[in-house]
Write a protein that binds this ligand. Structure first.
Ligand code: ADP
Ligand code: MG
Length: 259
């Protein structure tokens, strides 16, 4: 199972929207997908229609070894897409984990518990660079970084890149940046265009060609408890996520691809 962390320490840049819709697009093309909701806000869980009643086991229990991966997983309405939901307990985990041994490797160890059941795992990270995101970076083969085209986008990115370097040096030398996805792209906005150009100049080929447009359908879907790709699979946002998933598959090692 290949593992991809969806990370950016800024909130509201499109991590969860990207995680849900890329996961759905991959599942639609035949991949068996596991999405781990690692944000105490649980937006990925809500967005996939997994309510509190279905969260008797969660990513918190998994990290604190109170349940197995098999116990923590719930199916979603999307065929081939399973979820480890998040609950608010997770907000205490940043502090509780500090005291635990293997504190940076707890997710990695937990995911090793079900080899072969999924082809790919996506981890929806919280908006911080604390122990939860570090657990995702230690567990991941690579990172998908959503970036909103706004003025401070690049500043936040340098902090993220520093953290990635530190994780590589200490825990996970093979951690790669699979790609940076420009989100909430608004062609009518000159600043968007300018920032996108700066980001491409600065980061080069790591930036995906596909950009995710600002599209109200993407923001409406979560309140219906389904991915945008199911809510309205022909809206510009859904079409962009299908294209992004295709581009992403092209960047994965051939051995990772589903049959
Ligand atoms: P994060 O997980 O990084 O905090 P979200 O994916 O939750 O970001 O997105 C933040 C908000 O913006 C949410 O309300 C979401 O529905 C909305 N949103 C995300 N991407 C888009 C987009 N491309 N167009 C319009 N709204 C979007
Ligand atoms: Mg989120």
């Amino acid at each position: 199972m290949i593992c991809i962390g969806v990370a950016n320490q800024k909130g509201g840049v499109g991590k969860t929207t990207t995680a849900i819709n890329v996961a759905t697009a991959l599942a639609a093309t035949g991949w068996r997908v596991l999405l781990v909701d690692l944000d105490p806000q649980g937006n990925a869980s809500t967005g996939l229609g997994v309510g509190q009643a279905q969260r008797s086991h969660s990513s918190y229990d998994l990290l604190t070894a109170q349940c197995s991966l098999a116990d923590a997983v719930v199916p979603t309405k999307v065929p081939r897409l399973d979820l480890v939901p998040a609950t608010v307990d997770l907000s205490g985990a940043e502090i509780e984990l500090v005291e635990m041994d293997q504190r940076t490797h707890r997710l990695r160890n937990a995911l090793a518990g079900a080899p072969g059941r999924w082809d790919i795992c996506l981890i929806d990270c919280p908006p911080s660079l604390g122990l939860l995101t570090i657990n995702a970076m230690v567990a991941a083969d690579s990172l998908l970084v959503p970036l909103q085209c706004e003025f401070f986008a690049l500043e936040g990115l340098s902090q993220l890149l520093q953290t990635i370097d530190r994780i590589r040096a200490r825990f996970n030398p093979a951690l790669a940046i699979l790609g940076v996805a420009l989100t909430m792209y608004d062609r009518r906005n000159n600043l968007t265009e300018q920032v996108a150009e700066d980001v491409r100049t600065c980061l080069g080929g790591v930036v995906f060609d596909t950009v995710i447009p600002r599209n109200v359908r993407l923001s409406e879907a979560p309140s219906h408890g389904v991915p945008a790709l199911i809510y309205d699979h022909r809206c510009p946002g859904s079409e962009a996520y299908i294209a992004l998933a295709r581009e992403l598959i092209g960047r994965l090692p051939p051995s990772a691809r589903a049959a």
